[in-house]
Design a protein around this ligand. Sequence first.
Ligand SMILES: [Zn+2]
Ligand SMILES: [Zn+2]
Length: 206
Amino acid sequence: MQEIEPRYSGPATVRQSYMTEFTVECPKCKHEAAITVNSPWFLDSGKLTCSYCTHSENATDLIRYKILVKRNCDNCGKLIQKIIPQSREMMDSLAVSCPSCGKTRVYKPRNEAYTQPYNEPQEGLAPVFGLPLWLQGSIRDNLFWAYNRQHLHAIKEYVGAKLRERQTTTHTTMVERLPQFIKDAKNRDAILKLIEKLERKQPTAP
Ligand SMILES: [Zn+2]
Ligand SMILES: [Zn+2]
């Protein structure tokens, strides 16, 4: 009797389809927390909520302003420069004394907005807030991660399938964009084992 090979028949979804929720480590209590976004193309709409310690915050809370005054003194003509690198609030005016002649004037500074995540972007962090993804682990020297349980499940289906045909030619699907070590047949057992371990992972920190 011929054995039927498990064929991958998951949906032809793009990676963004899974980017509406990120399961992460809570910055306060280190247990599992969730970031939800209205749209994967508008991550600044993200909201973090921890059901364990009830901490919550919005991605817009991460916005900071670089306040900058750079001009020549109207008294002595020398350069005046003042920078406040990280302000939570915008500033309409800023009093600055000229370092050369000491004259103090009130200037209208430039406000440059930027987002200050918890960590600089890197592998294994959520693309909003920069918090560590809850579902991650190492396979040899590679970092395996999933945005959330649905994403983890979709990867599991793909890794477990022996036959992988292209599902569509109209776009590149999430599974096609997976890193090579995940697609590599020699890692299949190790990855499935890790995925099963992550599926059992408790929402509380060990
Ligand atoms: Zn928490
Ligand atoms: Zn001056």
